[in-house]
Design a protein around this ligand. Structure first.
Ligand code: ZN
Ligand code: ZN
Length: 282
């Protein structure tokens, strides 16, 4: 149990290094964060003292993994030249910020092809990653599966796999979101369905590519294409599904990040208690 890497997406406090205090006060052993305001295009560059205190706090925390999430506005699949350009610049900048802060993983949403077709979407996302990974570094880009909203890229394992094939760097992996899995039509509600779904993931993508798990229950039912997270055990995935996922080969070696609805510390505690109650023993 003590070895489990469990964390929430924590919001930025007054300083960028405050995420470690927040995560530790919640009883977490890893965290996901934004390195800047996720709702705008503009941001300030990091200065040396921010980088230094972030690295020091991380060292003290003993966290083996730290995960960053891309801001919301970039659309890496966009066929619109101006949006494509801005989105690629945002990705390049975010990888750079992760490198400076020593962040291990950068989770990216794959965006929307806006009706231009999945081929265009796949090509654009892969090219964006190729540009961002040109420089040497350590940060790994993780493609997050989508809930399958209209024109979205990456809701199917085949699509994730085809993007990875086009990326000329080893620094790419996958972040699976359980809410998005169910919403996009993958059954994960029972032990057998988890096995089936993960077998398909293994054959199409490979379990070694799965580096972070977003563990969220889902308000929408299977195949609903709704991206609405729910607290653990209160949605359509259910505890039996989560139990089986946690027992799947190698999952417990990965950071498990909750992005469940936050009302107050009570919901945080409840989700953590629920998660602890279904963790594999030993
Ligand atoms: Zn997610
Ligand atoms: Zn989501």
């Amino acid at each position: 149990m003590s070895k489990a890497y469990i964390g929430f997406h924590v919001s930025l406090g007054k300083s960028i290094d405050s995420v470690f205090d927040t995560a530790q006060s919640m009883g977490c052993t890893t965290l996901q964060m934004f390195t800047r305001n996720p709702r705008g295009w503009k941001f300030k560059d990091l200065n040396e003292s921010q980088v230094k205190s972030f690295r020091e706090k991380r060292e003290k925390s003993g966290f083996r993994f730290v995960v960053d999430h891309m801001p919301y506005l970039p659309n890496l699949a966009s066929p619109v030249k101006s949006v494509m350009k801005k989105s690629r610049e945002a990705l390049v900048a975010e990888v750079e910020r992760c490198e400076r802060l020593g962040i291990d993983y950068l989770v990216v949403h794959l965006g929307s092809h806006m009706g231009k077709g999945i081929e265009t979407g796949i090509r654009n996302v892969a090219e964006a990653c190729n540009i961002a990974l040109k420089r040497r570094g350590k940060t790994v880009i993780l493609l997050e599966n989508s809930a399958g909203q209209k024109n979205s890229v990456g809701s199917k394992f085949e699509e994730l796999s085809r993007i990875i094939d086009k990326i000329r760097s080893r620094r790419v992996g996958v972040c699976l979101d359980t809410c998005h899995l169910l919403a996009s039509g993958y059954d994960i509600r029972s032990e057998n369905s988890v096995k089936e779904t993960m077998k398909e993931f293994e054959s199409k993508v490979g379990i070694e590519r799965l580096l972070v798990l977003h563990m969220n229950d889902s308000k929408g039912d299977i195949g609903s294409n709704l991206d609405r997270h729910e607290n653990l055990g209160k949605g359509k995935v259910g505890l039996e599904g989560f139990k089986a996922i946690l027992r799947y080969n190698g999952i417990m070696d990965r950071p498990i990040i909750l992005e469940t609805p936050y009302r107050d510390m009570k919901t945080v505690k409840e989700d953590l208690e629920t998660l602890r109650s279904i963790l594999p023993k030993g």
